[in-house]
Design a binder for this molecule. Sequence first.
Ligand code: SIN
Ligand code: FE2
Length: 215
Amino acid sequence: MTLDLFDPAELPERQALAPGAVLLRRWALPSEAALLEGIEAVVAAAPWRHLVTPGGLRMSVAMTNCGPLGWVSDRSGYRYQATDPESGRPWPAMPAAFLALARGAAAQAGFPGFEPDACLVNRYVPGARLSLHQDRDERDHRHPIVSVSLGLPAVFLFGGQARGEPTQRVPLQHGDVVVWGGPSRLRYHGVLALQEGRHPLLGAQRVNLTLRRAG
Ligand code: SIN
Ligand code: FE2
């Protein structure tokens, strides 16, 4: 038998990436339809936009948020806020399917009791990438990050506690969920430039949900 490392059917369902960090392959598939419906509702109320970094660069990933708090970036810095700066209105409510998925995946990864109050929704089109960064704008780093991949595959970079440390390249497919917390909570991570392709449900894009306890 030949083992194709990139055939998801041959890979284990649960892969430890580091202490406190785990990939739950295909974990989101059972809620795929509800998640896609939720994304549509969120984007209808708070459309995709390209944020600007504090240094003035336009991000290649388009973003929006749902839940009580949303992550934003502009010339004055990165922060969470309760209202969408584009509309002045509160962010759309977090769809029940997002909440249920985040709770379940966090518990499965060893973080029971996770109650996210923020969901950053990222959209990658071919060529879009996210450079190495830490998620550190949340108030209490005892809560994990739950990250859900939908649509086109991507390569997730998972690094160490310092920017210069080696990074693992983790191929992520539609439905995969990565949870990182505890000793891995502040690890650097990013996403390589998305390759061209077409996903049967999402077309030429990847949508990622990152659920956090921000406040
Ligand atoms: C993020 O770090 O906010 C997103 C990670 C991803 O798109 O997989
Ligand atoms: Fe991140």
